[in-house]
Structures are given as C-alpha cells and as structure tokens.
Design a binder for this molecule. Structure first.
Ligand code: BT5
Length: 321
C-alpha cells in the first residue's frame, strides 16, 4: 500500500487525497493514515487543503521501495525483508532459507537498519549501529560446498567495486573477508551455508558496511582499526545508491561464479589485494602459521610460503596484525 502511494506521489507535484483514494480503492481517511505512516519513517510530505499531498524529500532508509526503485537486477534483491532493528540479518536469513519451497527465492535479501547482536566469524561480534548497511543475501547455488570460499571472495570484489563507484576511494581486500581503506576495516563478509556431501542446500552471505557512522560511536577497542565511508568522503554517503550498486555488481559476479568463471573474478580480486606479497601470520584455530602470502589459488585458498620454502594452502583463517 505504502509503495503504491509513493508511486503516485512521485508522478506529480501534488496529488489530492481524493484521487489517491480512488486509485487505491480506499477511503480518504485510510489515505491520510498511510501518509502519516510515511511521515513516521521520515518522508517529508506537505499537504495543501486544495491541492492535496506533495512529496518533498525521501529518507535515506533502506526500505524495499527505495532500494528496488531503479535497481535493475534480474533476481538479486527482487524480494527484500526490511527491519528497523534485528539481532542479526544472518540469523533471519538462515531461518528463511529453510523455506525455499514457500517462495524464499534465490537473491532474497534481509536488511536491518541496526543489529543488536551482529555476528562476525567464529562467534565474534559485529558492531552495527544505525547508519551502516547490514544485510544478508540468500542463495541456492548448484555448486559443490567447496565453493563457499569463492563466494566470499567474489562478494568482496563486488563490495570494492560498489564502494569505488560511490566514494572514489581505493578499498583493498584483506584475505578472506575484510575490506580495508587506509589500513582500517570498512566492511566484513560472513558467509554461512548448509550442505550435504557434495551439494549446497543454501548459502547466506552477510555483509556489513560502515557507511555513515562516526568514529567516536565505535567501541573503544575497535576504534583504531575501523573506518566509515563518511569519514573517507567527508560527507554522508547515500546508502540506497551504494546498496543498489553493490547488488548489481554482486549479481554480475555471482553469475560468473555459477558459469564456473571464477578465475576472471580472482584476477580482479588480486588487483585489490592487500594480502599478497606480504609476510603474514595466520591464525588457523589450532595453530598459527607464518609465511609470505604468495597466491590465492583457483579454489580461493590462500597459499603461504613458509620460511623453509614449503607451500601451505589455507582455506580458512584469520590474518593477525
Ligand atoms: C566479519 O567477521 O568481518 C564479518 C562481519 C559480517 C557482518 C554482517 S552485518 C550483516 C550480517 N549479519 C550479521 O550478523 N553479520 C553479517 P570477522 O572477520 O570475524 O571480524 C569481526 C571483528 O571485526 C570483530 O572482532 C571486531 O574486532 C571487528 N569489528 C566489529 N564490528 C566492526 C565494524 N562495524 N567495523 C569494523 N570492524 C568491526
């Protein structure tokens, strides 16, 4: 209903309550109520006794009507579940992914303006106040479970491309899932999946981008390593535009992955790499390995050359400072 009202308000300067009521098949009081709802979510609408309602400005909220207007993707973001606040978009996305048969299609996304219990990898916390973009994408790729690392890498490339277009900055990717600007983390990716031996049931890719957040708002322990796009650009970044740009890039790269064209995605990943060529320490849970990051292979694994010259393939781990 709100979507329909917005459509008519966008078409003309002023639209009378009567016309809206006719077009939507509801009473004028019901129209007024819907207008109040829009005002509640920060749409600026003025009303004139004779002329009717006029839309003055839209909020930078990630509501489906705004994100889908001019999105131009084939399936990513065709269905959006929007929440002002959630514990974690990944949790809801994983619940929804179980209901594929009931219309939770590939490309469905879950967005929250804030998360009260945002998740990082390995049980770590992800700080998610208002002003960021916190969302998860549901996928059902007909690929082997080993593709999960490639999905994370291609997501990182899509994030870099979108950030470059919207902010003219030069983000880099720290293997496997961090996007950095000026050596500080601006975005993290958390891919989770359910799989059988050789097929994936579902994948949920959770993405968190620090967009319009002040550095003072971050918890003290992460302030030094964290940055937002607003800090980089010196002004607020339009979140709707950034998200749309990301969703288009994501669809493009995900289609490549499904066509088994990962190598071309990997070439781009390498262009933005912060990791390759560096001497690093990687925490693999049960042990820490030191060496030079010499490659990311065709499976998305990090190849480390140890001091004794031996090469080690690492599928998942965390690079230590
Ligand atoms: C990640 O984990 O980087 C994955 C983050 C994924 C977040 C998205 S938001 C939407 C979706 N729903 C969720 O619940 N999660 C996903 P990891 O590599 O483990 O990094 C976590 C570490 O990053 C923390 O231990 C902090 O040190 C740091 N951190 C926490 N919040 C941050 C933030 N907003 N910006 C930068 N760094 C942060």
């Amino acid at each position: 209903m709100i979507g329909d009202i917005l459509k008519y308000l966008r078409e003309k300067e002023y639209v009378s309550g009567e016309v809206l009521a006719q077009k939507l098949g509801i009473s004028r009081v019901a129209v007024w109520k819907q207008i109040q709802k829009l005002k509640d979510i920060e749409y600026k609408i003025i009303s004139d006794q004779n002329l009717g309602y006029c839309l003055i400005s839209r909020p930078d909220l990630l509501i489906p009507q705004e994100v889908q207007r001019g999105l131009f993707t084939n399936y990513i973001g065709k269905k959006i579940y929007y929440f002002p606040e959630l514990k974690s978009t990944n949790i809801i996305a994983k619940e929804k992914a179980l209901h594929r048969a009931e219309g939770i299609d590939e490309g469905t996304i879950i967005i929250a303006e804030k998360q009260s219990a945002g998740k990082g990898r390995l049980g770590r916390e992800w700080f998610s106040p208002a002003g960021g973009i916190w969302f998860s994408i549901i996928l059902y790729p007909q690929l082997s479970p080993s593709y999960i690392s490639r999905i994370t890498l291609m997501t990182a490339v899509a994030v870099v491309k979108a950030i470059k277009v919207c902010t003219q900055s030069e983000p880099q990717i720290k293997w496997p899932n961090d996007i950095l600007i000026n050596e500080k983390k601006v975005c993290g990716v958390l891919s989770e999946m359910s799989a059988e031996l050789d097929i994936i049931n579902w994948v949920v890719v959770g993405i968190g981008i620090n967009v319009n957040i002040d550095f003072r708002d971050y918890p003290e322990d992460i302030q030094a390593n964290t940055i937002s796009l607003k800090e980089i650009s010196g002004k607020k970044v339009l979140r709707v535009k950034l998200l749309q740009s990301f969703l288009r890039e994501f669809e493009k790269y995900y289609d490549k992955l499904k066509r088994k064209e990962f190598l071309s995605v990997l070439e781009e990943w390498k262009l933005y790499s912060h990791t390759l060529g560096k001497k690093i320490r990687v925490d693999m849970g049960e042990r820490i390995i030191t060496g030079e990051a010499v490659n990311i292979n065709e499976e998305g694994a990090l190849v480390l050359k140890k001091e004794d010259g031996k090469l080690v393939k690492i599928i998942s781990g965390t690079i230590l400072k």
